[in-house]
Design a protein around this ligand. Structure first.
Ligand code: ADE
Length: 228
């Protein structure tokens, strides 16, 4: 069984449509749809935006379905100028840019209890994701840190601060939470994002215009990954 989590339905609906022998399971306010996806056992869920929604969904998925790995997929804002709308970012690690206990001596971004800034993503899964993403025509693939926080980033100054602290290639709102839940349960994790906007406040129309296209790209990568 493999687990796939998107924050919004546009980020998983193309995969949901391809799921055979579907079965729905509700846990709290999360709905999990399991079945066969491109010949593999899979469970999909739309967790809703933000870190707590994502962590709760990932934990329920892990405990109930025992997936061999969990992938968080969807769209993200660009984390730096070298990353453009339509590009894809595969995470080497995820950080939580809004965690800050620096006034009591911790480095910015250090997540207490697991005591990590960078929550690692599974290397074998990352290599396969990069290979699959590179097969999508016209898409540039980056590997690096993905930064998560409970904010939609829409300001060049905020974006540069996050990039300066963490070298983030993409900013989004769930990957670091899914990665933390996976880390705490010893489950391999991947984060795959397709860039929908520049996150710098310069082009107000980026996000609505490019979200469906970007979401389609990351779902195509999962199709290639599972069909290999
Ligand atoms: N998801 C897509 N674009 C985003 C942004 N600019 N900030 C946070 N999450 C996002």
């Amino acid at each position: 069984m493999i687990g796939l989590i998107g924050a919004m339905s546009v980020e998983v609906e193309a995969l949901m449509a391809k799921l055979d022998d579907r079965k729905e399971t509700k846990i709290g306010m999360d709905t999990f749809v399991s079945g066969r996806l491109f010949g593999k056992d899979a469970v999909l869920s739309v967790c809703g935006p933000g870190k707590i929604n994502a962590a709760l969904c990932a934990q329920s998925m892990i405990l109930h379905f025992k997936p061999e790995w969990v992938l968080n997929l969807g769209v993200a804002g660009a984390g730096e100028t070298g990353v453009s709308i339509g590009d894809m970012v595969v995470a080497t690690a995820a950080v939580q840019h809004d965690v800050d206990t620096s006034p009591i001596g911790d480095p910015v971004g250090m997540v207490s209890k697991i005591n990590l800034i960078e929550i690692p993503c599974d290397e074998a899964l990352r290599v396969k994701l990069v290979k699959a993403a590179s097969a999508v025509e016209g898409v540039k693939v980056h590997e690096g840190v993905i930064a998560t926080g409970d904010q939609f980033i829409h300001d060049g100054g905020v974006r540069s601060r996050i990039n300066g602290l963490f070298r983030a290639k993409a900013v989004e709102m769930e990957g670091g939470a899914v990665a933390q839940a996976c880390y705490m349960h010893g489950v391999p994790c991947g984060v795959l994002r397709s860039i929908s906007d520049q996150a710098d406040g310069h082009s107000d129309m980026d996000y609505p215009t490019f979200t469906s296209l970007a979401a389609a790209h990351s779902q195509r990568v999962v199709e290639l990954l599972l069909s290999e």
